[in-house]
Design a protein around this ligand. Structure first.
Ligand code: A3P
Length: 384
């Protein structure tokens, strides 16, 4: 009897141990299964995101290529003639534009049939168009195209390829129209647009503020004398019988009176235009990029831009090389091309010879405005 009872109690002890062991094993199997499933899901999600970025890059690069012609058309504006080019009067539209568009537009049904969008939808990803978070607002002929092409190397920046001119020329079309000109993005990507005439067009600061007071603003600036000559060179390249720079920049045939109504001269009075922007945006929302340093050390300036936009520093010196023939930094590869290339031939033109007396007089003219600009921005650009 005693033996029986010992045997029974030992049996019940070992079956309890067995039950505990089984429960422990099952728990371990369950946790290891869940853990592996989590890892697999996260790997698959990263792959989907990277596929999507590639697809969006392809979409946007083909659009950029087709819009290059449009760019050079819109960039050619009116600098050649007097009283022309600061985006004045007839460029401007009433401020009664519709601002009621919803902030997001997902891929539209007209695109749903395209294989790449079907693929994205199958992956449960919904790229959408957003109004821009960041604008390159100017300054014309200071390196705005270079800045855009360089910063869009970043996988988290998507940009409209051509200058949209929404805030200065097409404001009456409304925000829905504007958003439709933006590229598709996925969560976490920044939408960007560049139209250099925004900086000098009177109504634009208020309009941008109404779209989104948190908009970040990038402004490339360059010695205003070189900028004026660059502006003139562009206009002269389109008009065979253009007068000489010296004849257009001064009144009465001498170098004593600067023609401040001539677009290429007028645009260089940066402080005047900046003051209007500062009525709506704090200095902390503006980033000033040196056009000179964007040529000398593009990686440095692009580093600053990435920091300002809260982006990881992905675009670095590894992306650039100096092309001695062109005399400018060029790219090893970009969104649009996988081989080394420079900006188009309309960027980095040879400038005509300008009488040193005229240059000296213009430097003297700009000096107080430049000082005011240094004071407003807190940056000494050290222009001569
Ligand atoms: P020039 O063509 O007069 O030299 P924007 O893009 O705003 O129109 O500015 C054009 C200017 O960008 C050019 O003026 C050139 O000096 C400058 N620039 C800056 N980086 C450049 C680059 N990597 N390649 C070509 N031009 C560049």
């Amino acid at each position: 009897m005693i033996v029986m009872s010992i045997w029974c109690s030992s049996l019940s002890l070992s079956s309890r141990s067995l039950a505990i062991a089984v429960v422990v094993c099952l728990t371990l199997v369950y946790f290891s299964y869940s853990f592996n499933a989590c890892i697999l899901a996260s790997i698959s999600r990263s792959l989907q995101q990277s596929n999507l970025r590639n697809l969006l890059a392809l979409t946007s690069s083909s659009r950029n290529e087709s819009s290059e012609a449009g760019n050079s058309r819109s960039e050619s504006s009116s600098s050649g003639s007097r009283n022309s080019s600061t985006g004045s009067t007839n460029d401007r539209l009433s401020s009664t534009s519709s601002t009621s568009a919803p902030p997001v537009q997902t891929v539209t049904s007209s695109l749903d049939g395209a294989p790449k969008y079907q693929l994205l939808r199958q992956q449960g990803l919904r790229p959408s168009r957003h109004l821009p978070d960041t604008l390159i607002i100017g300054v014309k002929k200071s390196g705005t195209r270079a800045l855009l092409e360089f910063i869009r190397l970043h996988p988290d920046v998507r940009a409209a390829g051509s200058e949209v001119h929404f805030f200065d020329r097409h404001y009456q079309r409304g925000l829905r129209w504007y958003r439709h000109h933006m590229p598709y993005t996925i969560e976490g990507q920044i939408t960007m647009e560049k139209t250099p005439s925004y900086f000098v067009t009177k109504e634009v600061p208020q309009r941008v503020y109404h779209m989104n007071p948190a908009t970040k603003l990038l402004i490339v600036v360059r010695d205003p004398v070189t900028r004026a000559i660059s502006d003139y060179t562009q206009a002269a390249s389109k008009k065979a019988d253009m007068k000489r720079f010296e004849q257009l920049a001064f009144i009465n045939g001498s170098y004593s009176v600067v023609d401040t109504n001539w677009g290429p001269v007028k645009i260089g009075v940066y402080a005047r235009f900046l003051e209007r922007w500062l009525l709506y945006f704090p200095l902390s929302q503006l980033l000033f990029i040196s056009g000179e340093r964007l040529i000398m050390d593009p990686a440095y300036e692009i580093g600053r831009v990435q920091d300002f936009l809260g982006l990881k520093r992905v675009v670095t010196e590894k992306h650039f090389y100096f092309n001695a023939t062109k005399g400018f930094p060029c790219l090893f590869k970009s969104e649009a091309r996988s081989t080394p290339h420079c900006l188009g031939k309309t960027k980095g033109r040879n400038h005509p010879h300008i009488d040193p007396g005229a240059i000296e007089r213009l430097r003297e003219f700009y000096r107080p405005f430049n000082n005011k600009f240094y004071q407003l921005t807190g940056i000494n650009f050290a222009w001569p």
